[in-house]
Design a protein around this ligand. Sequence first.
Ligand SMILES: NC(=O)c1ccc[n+]([C@@H]2O[C@H](COP(=O)([O-])OP(=O)(O)OC[C@H]3O[C@@H](n4cnc5c(N)ncnc54)[C@H](OP(=O)(O)O)[C@@H]3O)[C@@H](O)[C@H]2O)c1
Length: 315
Amino acid sequence: MHALTVVSGQLEWASRPDPMPQGSQLLVGVRAAGVNPADLLQVRGHYPPPPDVPQDVPGLELAGTVVGVGPLARRFKVGDRVMALVGGGAQAELALVEESAALPAPVEIGWEGAGGFMEAFATAYDALIIQGGLTVGARVLVTGAAGGVGTAAVQLAALAGAAVTASVRRTDFHLRLRELGAQRVMPPVEAAAAGPYDLVLELVGGPMLSSHLDQLATSGRMMVIGVGAGRRLDLDLSLLMSRRAGIVASTLRARPPFEKAALVRTMGERLLPQLASQRLLVPVAATFALTDAPAAYARVGEGGNFGKVVLLSGG
Ligand SMILES: NC(=O)c1ccc[n+]([C@@H]2O[C@H](COP(=O)([O-])OP(=O)(O)OC[C@H]3O[C@@H](n4cnc5c(N)ncnc54)[C@H](OP(=O)(O)O)[C@@H]3O)[C@@H](O)[C@H]2O)c1
């Protein structure tokens, strides 16, 4: 097979031995794989993958057809359409997947939607619903709302009955965010003064962090998931104390398999039906051939995308 491979900080399309599924692994013929900001960091040597995945093949999510199964695999068989969360190695013609981290890929969303679903929706679901404890009527701020995680989060929060404020730089994305369920769509400076918020999903970080904390309601929570614009904060803890507020910061990639399995199982129960009926959408900003990955990475790095950038392969 061929795989996108990181060699001395550059992406190369390289030949690799076909992987063999062990235990409860599936071997998937990849049809689509999302590109995430984490992949760009990995190429630059800043985000090492967990030890149990190919160290030099990026990619955290994929969709494709099962072409082989390990002796202990029970839920899927050769020929099934799946989408899966992986710690790395998705951007290749063939990829190994733990079957507990895979879900059936609904035909309704096509390969490109399925290839861009898992990482963004798992991150958003875990942050908002599982860790964030989102409740009906909660006032939620989603920063970086036009990105992959942001568009997932706006939809999940709206479906859960929250009042969603989407913070976004580009005014031409306002209508589309409203269509995904945001009640209010605002430029970042305005959204950062338009609280109180019961839950802030922080996907950007940087200079606005303090303002977002200032807008937390009593018992409010900030979930820190992305800090691409800056990771430092000068924090007056008495502000959190007086509001009984909290900050939780979290990553998904390095979690142990049993935690990912629990998350994926819940997504299967709660999100798969909504995805198949298209009450949840996977906005795809652009697709590129897997062999044209450097252009796809450049597109993610440039920003200005609504939703996901997805690599496609012939399978
Ligand atoms: N903790 C985890 O496990 C986890 C999992 C997935 C993702 N993440 C992180 O979460 C963040 C979002 O991921 P994603 O996949 O949604 O990325 P994405 O698709 O690239 O979207 C990022 C969004 O943030 C906006 N943004 C970037 N810099 C900004 C700034 N200085 N001010 C205002 N908005 C800004 C972008 O707007 P423009 O298009 O206008 O630039 C874009 O809409 C990334 O930092 C990613 O690394 C973390």
